[in-house]
Design a binder for this molecule. Structure first.
Ligand SMILES: [Zn+2]
Length: 424
């Protein structure tokens, strides 16, 4: 059976229209989209999705944290479900494609299955996970981590937003406390596979003129905070040799993160990238020596060994800097995750599907984290990438050609149908 005969065409116009409608929620200047986790904008986007799911005749289930599942039953309603989706939250001033493509693409695929009466054995579910982006709390893939049972109490405690709101408090307001985190975990026997369509967020597909990326593994981040505590003093009266400037200490560490990751950026050293993306300075005024600085460190690699090595070196360096400057330092873990391998058989199915249809594809790892890396803990997971123009994402300049989004959605549809009919 060929791809084209098996799978009907999606409604391309509806798919792009719905994607545009979602992107108008949280739209700001210069086309930037901001829908932070647990903000009104994220909520509104999720409400619109619920509306569409209802129109599409899906059975809706919303778990305690707000992950939305829209289900279409197959011939055997008791069979484990094929789950497909992504997230609708964004970074601050992000683009309209990151996350939304995977949710709206999955919705369009399932709508097509229902309208064209494509026979299914297993149920299919469209999912929208809450809080995938870490821009608010420094804590990524929150909703899918809870579904996968991968949230650790120690990790949660250090997650606080810029306004001082604790993630733990937000969870508590929804009735989720430390003791019942585990209750959100989904029983693995109810899931057959997890499939996620996503923009590449990198330049490789465009550069190689490929339409589809078949993802083999996901580089998970190690994240921690470093807090230097020196002494806040008057900037006019404190002599240079008597200062305990916490910001200068931080500056040395920031430089070191770049230096060590450059050294490890070569393939044979494990390809590590590291970023200091957030910095808090206290008191943070022009006429005082910074007494306390807090910086975030995000280190990623597709090999666990290289990532751990670099994380260790950065922590050692922080301690060395503090010693030399006679100030104190604390290292607070936020997240430590292992790189995740996606399912071989699903990778093979995606490759075969591309070949059958003559789609130029690339087999590649993902440098960015995704909900799929959490779901891979409880089920077989696969990801389909579509090209990002100039590799740009987390920016209003983020762009993916509508043709590519449609193609990716058709491949997702094809894969859902094949997996739900137990071909793999
Ligand atoms: Zn995303």
């Amino acid at each position: 059976m060929t791809w084209a005969r098996m799978v009907p065409a999606i409604d391309r116009e509806r798919l792009i229209n719905d994607l545009n409608a979602i992107s108008r929620i949280g739209l700001g200047e210069h086309g930037a989209v901001t829908r932070l986790a647990f903000s009104i904008k994220e909520l509104r986007a999720r409400q619109l999705l619920i509306h569409w799911m209802r129109q599409a005749g899906l059975k809706i289930h919303i778990d305690r944290i707000g992950n939305i599942f829209g289900r279409l039953n197959g011939a055997n309603p008791k069979a484990p479900a094929v789950v497909a989706g992504s997230h609708l939250d964004t970074v601050i001033q992000g683009g309209k494609f990151d996350g939304a493509v995977g949710v709206i693409g999955a919705l369009e695929a399932v709508r097509t299955i229902r309208e064209k009466k494509v026979p299914l054995r297993s149920p299919v579910e469209v999912v929208c996970f809450v809080g995938e982006e870490s821009s608010r709390f420094g804590f990524s893939t929150l909703g899918s981590s809870l579904v996968a049972g991968e949230v650790k109490i120690e990790d949660l405690a250090n997650a606080v937003d810029a306004q001082g709101t604790k993630l733990e408090d937000i969870l508590a307001s929804m009735g989720i406390y430390r003791d019942n985190l585990a209750s959100l975990k989904r029983d693995h026997s109810t899931v057959r596979a997890y499939l996620e369509l996503h923009i590449e967020q990198g330049p490789i597909l465009e550069a190689k003129n490929k339409k589809i990326g078949v993802v083999t593994s996901i580089a998970a981040p190690t994240r921690f905070k470093v807090v230097f505590t020196g002494q806040a003093d008057h900037s006019g009266t404190t002599p240079m040799e008597m200062r305990k400037d916490a910001l200068v200490a931080a500056a040395h560490l920031i430089e070191y993160v770049e230096e060590i990751c450059r050294e490890f950026s070569r393939m044979e050293k494990g390809r590590v990238v590291g970023t200091v993306g957030a910095l808090k300075i206290e008191p943070g005024v022009i006429n005082a020596i910074p007494g306390r600085t807090e910086l975030s460190v995000d280190i990623r690699s597709i090999t666990a060994e290289a990532k751990e090595r670099v994380a260790h070196l950065v922590k050692e360096k922080a301690r060395e800097i503090a010693r030399q400057r006679d100030i104190t330092v604390d290292v607070l873990p936020i997240r430590e995750e292992l790189p995740v391998a996606l399912d071989d058989r699903l990778v093979l199915l995606l490759k075969r599907s591309c070949e059958e249809k003559g789609i130029p594809y690339e087999v590649m790892p993902s440098g960015a984290g995704h909900d799929a890396m959490q779901m891979a803990n409880i089920t077989r997971a696969a990801m389909i990438f579509v090209p990002s123009k100039r590799g740009i994402s987390h920016s209003p300049l983020e762009w993916t050609d509508p043709e590519d989004i449609c193609l990716g959605t058709e491949l997702l549809l094809n894969t859902i149908v094949r997996v739900a009919n137990e071909e793999v």
